[in-house]
Design a protein around this ligand. Structure first.
Ligand code: T5A
Length: 220
């Protein structure tokens, strides 16, 4: 793949969307083609599944079926959006990806590790991110931010879960970072947005250098 695949992970309200917007502007200003996308979603089929999982409509079918739905959405997202963009040489910024399934369905959903690994192999194949930025924040502060942003709208299927579950997710993301230090970088997301953005810009610049990614590359 000629492009660069970057994913943003972390708990609710950690500031992923905010940082993706800042980074996308920065990269575009320096001449890169940037594709901003999200999970669940990022392609028409996956957006349809997003509604089913986040509304809670799929919850009665159990955690395994929810995991299968997230995986089906991811497969479509990869085929329709991520792979074509990377083949063109674009930088793809995805708000959540496979680590969210590992944490939300695998760890706090209590699903069997081998079931999750099989699902992951079947969907992600060679499409692991070049860089994963894990925005780490105290879940209490993250939920406070998410509540402010949501205003009068209802909390979704996962946002409305208890603080202890969000704490377990924070720990699980940090464990992934520890296990895969080459791919993952933990970012202290409790700071001001500008300071976080500066650290992210540095990490992304290094990843661009490692990949020897040039600007303005288009499919020939
Ligand atoms: N899910 C997802 C699974 O269970 N399995 C999976 O496989 C996948 C892919 C998706 C849900 O689906 C689950 C996980 C999630 O529960 P979503 O609606 O897409 O849900 O939402 P999230 O990804 O959780 O993202 P949020 O919208 O909650 O938060 P963000 O994007 O992390 O935060 P952001 O940037 O919107 O910021 C939140 C608020 O804080 C402010 C912003 O202005 C905004 O108001 N803010 C800051 N305030 C102070 N200081 C800073 N540094 C700030 N940065 C942002």
């Amino acid at each position: 793949m000629r492009g660069l695949f970057i994913t943003f992970e972390g708990g609710e309200g950690a500031g992923k969307s905010t940082q993706i917007r800042i980074l996308a502007d920065l990269l575009r200003a320096s001449g890169h083609e940037v594709v901003v996308t999200r999970e669940p979603g990022g392609s028409p089929g996956a957006e349809a599944i997003r509604h089913a999982v986040l509304s809670g409509a799929a919850e009665p079918f159990g955690a395994e079926m929810e995991a299968v739905l997230f995986a089906a959405a991811r497969a479509d997202h990869i085929d329709r959006t991520i792979r074509p963009a990377l083949e063109r040489g674009a930088v793809v910024l995805s708000d959540r990806f496979v680590d969210s399934s590992r944490v939300y369905q695998g760890v706090t959903g209590g699903l069997d590790r081998s079931f999750m690994e099989t699902l992951e192999r079947a969907t992600v194949e060679d499409m692991m991110p070049d860089l994963t930025l894990i925005l780490d924040i105290d879940p209490e502060e993250g939920m406070r931010r998410a509540n402010v942003r949501r205003g009068a709208l209802q909390a979704d299927r996962f946002e409305k879960e208890g603080l202890s579950l969000h704490r377990r997710r924070r720990k699980a993301f940090l464990e992934i970072a520890k296990a895969e230090p080459k791919r993952c970088k933990v970012i202290d997301a409790s700071r001001q947005a500008e300071r976080i953005a500066a650290e992210i810009a540095g990490a992304v610049e290094a990843a661009i250098g490692r990949k020897n990614l040039r600007t303005g590359e288009k499919a020939g």
